[in-house]
Design a protein around this ligand. Structure first.
Ligand code: UDX
Length: 443
């Protein structure tokens, strides 16, 4: 059955959710306060790089089922309103800034004149849903007819469409015993993916809020675990790549999220673990999450280690050296440079008086805006020209496909440090390069 939906916030999560819901056959109004973003999306141009999104917009926009607007009034007759706004880290603090969540609900509330379901998808501190329900019901003309549910998303950048349409689970956080109709409505909304047997869990508000943040905390912990092993391998002379392979074969551990390297970045994992610690502190449960402080510092230490390795490879000083950085995005298949380890390392090296030349297949414009002090090259070949050391910091497939023999002829010295353990050491060594990597013996 086709429903009328509104999606508040047309950022990463909202733009993808709106397009996917329209693709499923629903009638969707997507609202954002940023008029430029709205105009761009309405013209079929995503404001960030996400594989498949431009194609999906090209498919659904001509059907008329998807509208982008700045006007909340156009959401008035929707059956479900999805709140998809960001919850960034507050400046100078660890806690999440929920002002966009409450602000968007405040803007929406006066238009809620008929019974409807508001569904939070943003990652929020536990306890937000209760407050939001009260605030919405107090401000909306429909009062208690406005229901709330919490339906966290688990999408990964680069796989956002796949993760929206075929997530590995749906989680509905619902409001007590009176929520059967809310569950039914969400089931109707997700009928197509649910029909393929995707598990659906119905829980309370707090559990739903916690599922999202604890899943991200677990993923961050897994990455920092293997990066801690990387530190031990470096001290003991072990090989973290082989170690990860061996422990990952135990299916209780599993091979995913055991890639050692410069660590995690992006708009979610770093800020989510910090916000989670801050919220646990407010709840008097800070001891339960002190280990996340360690997860965070292991992660940051990897970046520092990368800078040290670059310095070592340059003979003990970065001053006057030319350093090529392959990668600026926080991960491949994304142009997102939020808390990007690659960019962080590049800036630290530049601050140590080196000349840093960066290449990234998609994130150069974003990187230039945030780090105008760095030099940028349009091709990897141009980036490495005259370099004393090359750092591989985002594992784009095109970097794996580079020809080390060709690059060998362009650099000042054939030194490469693989910060993602994603290149083939033998291939580079055979072409005459000195290959170094995090957590691996100098093979
Ligand atoms: C993450 C969660 O995976 C997703 O479920 C949630 O909804 C949002 O946050 P995302 O930020 O898109 O998604 O990136 P993800 O693929 O999880 O990678 C996060 C970071 O960890 C990247 O910087 C990546 O390079 C790094 N990483 C990942 C590793 O260093 N090693 C690994 O083994 C896996």
């Amino acid at each position: 059955m086709s429903l009328k939906l509104s999606v508040i916030g047309a950022g990463y999560l909202g733009a993808v959710h709106a397009a996917c819901m329209a693709d499923l056959g629903h009638e969707v109004v997507a609202i954002d306060t940023d008029a430029a973003k709205v105009a761009s999306l309405a013209a079929g141009q995503p404001t960030m790089y996400e594989p498949g999104l431009a194609e999906m917009l090209a498919r659904v926009l001509p059907t008329g089922r998807l509208t982008f607007t700045t006007d909340y009034a156009l959401a008035a007759d929707a059956d479900i309103h999805f709140i998809c706004v960001g919850t960034p880290q507050r400046t100078g603090e660890n806690a999440a800034d929920t002002s966009y969540v409450f602000g968007s609900a405040d803007s929406l509330a006066p238009h809620l004149t008929k019974p409807c379901l508001v569904v939070g998808k943003s990652t929020v501190p536990v306890g937000t849903a209760f407050q939001l329900r009260q605030r919405l019901q107090a401000a909306a003309p429909a009062g208690a007819g406005v229901r709330l549910a919490w339906n966290p998303e688990f999408l990964r950048e680069g796989f956002a469409i796949e993760d929206t349409l075929t997530p590995n689970r749906f989680v509905y956080g619902v409001d007590g015993d009176t929520s059967d109709a809310d569950v039914k409505l969400l089931d109707e909304c997700y009928a197509t993916p649910l029909a393929s047997g995707i598990p659906r869990l119905v829980v309370d508000f707090s559990t739903a809020e916690l599922v999202k943040i604890s899943a991200n905390a677990f993923l961050a912990t897994k990455i920092s675990f293997i990066n801690a092993m990387s530190e031990v391998c470096e001290a003991a002379g072990g090989d973290v790549v082989r170690l990860a392979e061996a422990i990952g074969l135990d299916d209780r551990i599993g091979p995913k999220f055991l890639k050692a390297g410069v660590g995690f970045g992006g708009g979610c994992l770093p800020k989510d673990i910090r916000a989670f610690m801050a919220r646990a502190g407010e709840l008097g449960a800070d001891q339960a999450l002190t280990f996340l402080r360690e997860v965070d510092s292991i992660n940051m230490r990897r970046r520092a280690r990368m800078v040290d390795l670059a310095r070592q490879q340059c003979g003990g000083t970065l001053r006057t050296r030319r350093v090529a950085v392959l990668g600026a995005a926080f991960k491949p298949d994304s142009d997102d440079i939020r808390d990007s380890p690659a960019l962080d390392v590049a800036r630290a090296i530049q601050a140590d008086f080196a000349t840093v030349v960066v290449h990234d297949p998609k994130a150069m414009d974003n990187a230039r805006r945030i780090a105008p002090e760095l030099l940028y090259a349009d091709t990897p070949q141009e980036a490495v020209r005259g370099a004393h050391v090359v750092l591989h910091l985002t594992e784009w497939p095109e970097y794996r496909a580079l020809d080390p023999a060709e690059l060998r002829g362009l650099v000042e010295r054939p030194m490469i440090v693989d910060g993602r353990n994603a290149l083939d050491p033998v291939k580079w060594q055979e072409a005459g390069w000195v290959y170094r990597a995090l957590g691996r013996p100098f093979i």
